[in-house]
Design a protein around this ligand. Structure first.
Ligand code: TYM
Length: 386
């Protein structure tokens, strides 16, 4: 079950890197997931009344067992949501994609949500980071996550290095089912890998077994290898195979290849970037599908398929379907210039970030609730996952 999807000069998608221009249809075949069909979308729409922009535009494009989750919901059995984050120094806008969509799912289906903050994973994976660092980033990233607006009664945010005692019994059961050779092959480890990384998958799988209901995981498709292992073993432990709904990657500013990287500041817009920085980065670095001169642009028009500002607007910054269509047509025809398109994105980003930062300040008062005192959090601290 080796998951690296590299073909010469093509693309790679692993939990640690995304390289090249990803062909998402091919990825569905290679990972063995299902495409989210129009029928499935219609079914969701019938259940909850509308579709999130990221579903309408196929940003969430792939799934496993989403149909079974909807069956369980219809039958009144219910389900729960689980997602997570490996904390880093400052989140970028791409990291918010799964969280924004998860909030929508929670609001529409009114279900419990578990958010795992893997301060351990981040520490073990990077030789240069200290545990103190990854823990302080955890605090910081949790504020950004809370700012997305989850329901405090139904959301539990936990850090592995704190919640481990309650998770450990289920984690050891999972660990006993996984062999070193499977984990090594799935994650490309070798005999020089530290032993923490060998055990870590058990900790990312554990929350899928926090309830005896079906678990639905909204996440980027790079996390899929963990869920493949989970699905091999879940039923033998008396739990459901985890269902998933996978997103594409918000492309980096610098071009349609790869994904935005925290280690490469010009490829990303950070949640802390001020209006001037946003403007400078978009104007300077955002890869354009426009023509090199105004004359040529007016004549031949731009190419929205490769234009990063357009793609960002399409992913979710311009939610209005009529408006995005208008922008696309004007840009393609040459009526709208690259600078004008970039300005639309700059304005959208800056108002989004301003609101985000306001909510992030408020989140400081709520962190205790999501981690310890909220209804679900309290319940979870009392529970040992056997
Ligand atoms: P991490 O911190 O690398 O990423 C957090 C989430 O963000 C998604 N993501 C993106 N989505 C769209 N566009 C991008 N450019 C982009 N970059 C990252 C990731 O797919 C992920 O959903 N091991 C995990 C932490 C984790 C987790 C989980 C994630 C623990 N349990 C359960 C998802 C679900 C990690 O390193 O995520």
């Amino acid at each position: 079950m080796y998951f690296h999807t590299t073909m010469p000069d093509e693309f790679t998608v692993t939990p640690w890197e995304v390289k090249g221009k990803v062909d998402y249809d091919k990825l569905i075949v290679q990972f063995g997931t299902q495409k989210i069909t129009e029928e499935l979308k219609q079914r969701m729409k019938n259940l909850v009344g509308e579709l999130h922009v990221m579903l309408r535009r196929n940003v969430f494009f792939s799934h496993r067992d989403l149909d079974l989750v909807l069956n369980d919901y219809e039958k009144g059995k219910g389900f729960f949501l689980y997602t997570g984050r490996a904390p880093s120094l400052g989140m970028h806008i791409g990291h918010l994609i799964p969280f924004i969509f998860t909030k929508w799912l929670q609001d529409k289906f009114n279900v419990n949500l578990y958010i795992e903050i893997t301060d351990d994973e981040k520490f073990m994976r990077n030789p240069e980071y200290t545990l103190d660092q990854t823990r302080s980033w955890a605090y910081d990233n949790i504020l950004d996550i809370i700012a997305v607006g989850f329901n405090p009664d139904k959301t539990f945010i936990f850090q592995d290095t704190e919640y481990i005692r309650n998770m450990y019994p289920i984690a050891v059961k999972i660990a006993k089912k996984l062999t070193f050779s499977e984990v090594r092959a799935t994650f490309g480890l070798d005999v020089s890998s530290n032993i923490g990384l060998i055990f870590y998958p058990a900790l990312q799988i554990a929350p899928t077994m926090f309830e005896k209901k079906r678990c639905l995981i909204p996440a980027g498709i790079d996390q899929d290898p963990y869920w493949r292992l989970q699905r091999d073993i879940a039923e033998s432990l008396g739990y459901y195979k985890a269902a998933q709904i996978h997103s594409k990657f918000l492309p980096p500013l610098t071009g349609p290849e790869g994904k935005m990287s925290s280690s490469n500041p010009e490829t990303a817009i950070y949640l802390v970037d001020d209006p001037k920085t946003v403007e400078r980065k978009i104007m300077k670095y955002a890869f354009s599908g426009g023509q090199p001169t105004i004359e040529l642009h007016r004549k031949y028009g731009g190419n929205p398929e490769i234009d990063v500002p357009f793609q960002w607007l399409y992913y979710f910054f311009e939610e209005d379907d009529n408006r995005i269509k208008e922008i696309e047509e004007e840009y393609r025809s040459g009526k709208m210039l690259t600078g004008e398109l970039k300005q639309i994105l700059i304005d959208k980003l800056n108002s989004f970030l301003e609101e985000h930062r306001r909510r992030r300040e408020e989140a400081k008062e709520l962190i205790q609730v999501f981690k310890y005192d909220g209804k679900l959090a309290k319940q979870m601290w009392e529970k040992i996952h056997e």
